[in-house]
Every structure is written in structure tokens, then in C-alpha cells.
Design a protein around this ligand. Sequence first.
Ligand SMILES: [Zn+2]
Length: 175
Amino acid sequence: MTSFNLELRGYVSNKETFEFHLDADYINSIEQTEVRGGSVDVTLTMTRKSEDLFALDMVCAGQLTVGCDRCLDDMTLPVNTQYQVTVKMQGEEFDDSTDGVLVVPEGLTRLDVGPLMRDTVLLSIPLVHSHPEGQCNPQMSQLLESMIVDSDESREPEQEPATDPRWDALRELKD
Ligand SMILES: [Zn+2]
């Protein structure tokens, strides 16, 4: 598996900038996702705050190919996101339970920032994504419409008819 290692020791300057590139193979190598293709450039700036404290600033730009929610065809999503995290070297274990802070073991010399970049990119995918109205694959849309009961409609409570049609029929007979 590809790793994107940052050397945590031995920096002479306070600020270093790195360029990384993520593709779908890497994104899916940790765990299979809905990403079908893509190319994202990550500019990562590492700022040393003190001997055991770093700030990482990631700027991710590129695009991903995912499936459209409506027609399931490929669609392209732009990726334009960023994420900041403080890396603290402390104790003996990794701990990412605090938002925006990543605790790494004190003796760590290298940090694989791949998973951080991957999660940042994945979080940029909107929960609902589909082609612009009218641009779905027409064949697929037709096929799906005939196969799938629209989930919105199926959630609606059943409308009770205003009157029982059997009584209506009886009333008509009476009249
Ligand atoms: Zn579509």
C-alpha cells in the first residue's frame, strides 16, 4: 500500500510544504468506497510549533468520479477542500478522539498522512449527489423508474380515501 510519510524529526526550517497526489486506487486501498475514479492534488504545509507540536494544513483540489444517485452513471465531482490538524507528540499511543488534534506516540519519527488526506477528500463528497436536472442517463433513468418504487413516495403515509368507495357505490344505487 502506498504511504505518504512525513518525517517528524530533523526539520531545520519551521515550515515545509509537500505535494501529494491521491487517486481512486489509493482511496479504495484502505476500504472500498463509492469513489470510482479521480485525481486529487494535496498541498500539505507542515509548521513546526515546538519540538513536539506541528500544525498540518492540507489543501485538496481535483476531482472524483462517483455514481449518480438518480441514474447510477458516472458523474464527476469537483474537490476543493481543506483541513487543518494539530499533531501532538505525546505518550505512547495514537489518539484522534479530539477534533482537529492528532496525538501520536512521542518517539514517532514518521507519520503517514495518507489516511488523513483520504478522509478529508471523502468528507468533501456531498451526501446527495446527482447529475444536474435533465442530464441523467435517459436509458438508466427509465429502467430504474420502472424497477424502483420512489423512496420518497413510499415514506409518505397512505392517504385515506375521503369516503369509502363501497358506500359511494351504495349511495349511487339508492339515488
Ligand atoms: Zn444521473
